[in-house]
Write a protein that binds this ligand. Structure first.
Ligand code: NAD
Ligand code: GLY
Length: 370
């Protein structure tokens, strides 16, 4: 497949609308970057793992459009999604005399994408940026919708901005080099779209899971496209998460507590989200929203996707209390009241609070020492 055959999903933000291109062979094809904002300089931001694999192909393709193409290589990992490493991007831009037309290209997974997007949002009060996501998770979720951020030691993604890219380029070929655990982490975000928006997608994932785990191009193309369609539709109607966009955080309230409690990077984001969805489904069951079969079904699928279904113990003395403290830091919390995304079993999600005692029951039933 090339740019002539690729799928296009449009995300509608009026004059800030943009296309998501999905296909094989897109990253190194200069046509993928046609008609982007004109500039003297393009800056590719990547990391030490991804740059050796793909930066040269991207540099060559961009050279057809930009007189100067720079590459900044950051260290790899969630632990570096922080203020000092954001500063490296600003240092690079300023040291090379980059003006306000400079276009940034995020070549990497969600960490690189979130950081580059935030740098683009704030450099000279905003420069254009393009997402070139290289993980499944980034292709189906983080590169789409304009959430950009870095972590603070007291909370994940606490410092950031809503800032939309001008294009997203999902080259399915790059998923071939993804480590297995990262593929599964991406599948967590794919599975997420089923219970919150499209039960037919959940059926499809269940029946094609071996193809997805084998990275069959057609199976990957299907889930990346359908996930992007769902995300584009949700985000297009609620860019700043004043309402419906919150459903995209299904599993994330518990998941963020796992990530923060274990120390960023100890669990992959997608692993924490997968386990968090198991916990959020149990909470939905205890709230009387879904039956036990629905809980077992989702738990089974998440486990079959090689994701953890048992939460870690974060505090041997009061594990549930530790989870609750961490979840109160969640951005959805209001006046210290935790808001959970729960599901109804028919492909819809809603945001609800729940009594601490019930949440404690869920945590106690879901966690053990790993
Ligand atoms: P990541 O960016 O850390 O990438 C995972 C690992 O895979 C890294 O080691 C990376 O170097 C490597 N890698 C990436 N592409 C590769 C490839 N093609 N071949 C080989 N190795 C490759 O993790 P992620 O799962 O992509 O993203 C997680 C981050 O995304 C978290 O920080 C999370 O908060 C954020 N996120 C943001 C949003 C959003 O809406 N902005 C949504 C979901 C997640
Ligand atoms: N990943 C959740 C969102 O983009 O809103």
């Amino acid at each position: 497949m090339n740019t002539d055959e690729c799928h296009r999903v449009r995300i509608d933000f009026g004059s800030r609308s943009y296309p998501i291109l999905i296909g094989a062979g897109l990253l190194g094809d200069p046509r993928s970057y046609a008609d982007l904002p004109l500039a003297q300089t393009a800056l590719i931001v990547s990391n030490v793992t991804i740059a050796p694999l793909y930066a040269q192909a991207l540099q060559r393709a961009l050279a057809a459009h930009y007189p100067r193409v720079l590459l900044l290589t950051l260290p790899d990992g969630e632990a570096h999604k922080d203020w000092p490493h954001l500063q490296f991007i600003f240092d690079c831009l300023l040291e090379h005399g980059c003006d306000r037309r400079t276009v940034l290209f995020a070549l990497g997974g969600g960490v690189v994408g979130d950081m580059t997007g935030f740098a683009a949002a704030s450099y000279m009060r905003g420069v254009p940026f393009v997402q070139v996501p290289t993980t499944l998770l980034a292709q189906v979720d983080s590169s789409v919708g304009g959430k950009t951020a870095i972590n603070h030691r007291l909370g994940k993604n606490m410092i950031g901005a809503f800032y939309q890219p001008v294009r997203v380029i999902c080259d399915l070929d790059v998923l071939r080099s993804l480590p297995e655990a990262e593929l599964s982490a991406g599948l967590a975000e794919v599975i997420k779209y089923g219970p919150i928006a499209d039960m037919a997608l959940l059926d499809w994932i269940e029946s094609h899971l071996p193809d997805l785990l084998d990275r069959r191009p057609n199976a990957l193309a299907h889930v990346v496209r359908r996930s992007c369609e769902i995300k584009a539709s949700v985000v297009g109607s609620d860019e700043r998460e004043t309402g419906v966009r919150a459903i995209l955080n299904f599993g994330h309230t518990f998941g963020h507590a796992i990530e923060a409690g274990m120390g960023y990077g100890a669990w992959l984001h997608g692993q924490a989200v997968g386990c968090g969805m198991v916990m959020a489904t149990l909470l939905s069951h205890k709230l009387g929203l879904v039956d036990a079969a629905c809980y077992e079904r989702l738990r089974g699928l998440i486990g079959a996707a090689r994701l953890p279904v048992v939460g870690p113990v974060l505090d041997a003395d009061d594990n549930a209390g530790r989870y609750l403290d961490l979840m109160r830091m969640d951005k959805k919390s209001e006046a210290g009241e935790i808001k959970f995304v729960v599901i109804d079993g028919a492909g819809r999600a809603l945001v609800r609070s729940a009594p601490d005692a019930l949440v404690r029951e869920v945590i106690n039933a879901s966690c053990r020492e790993h």
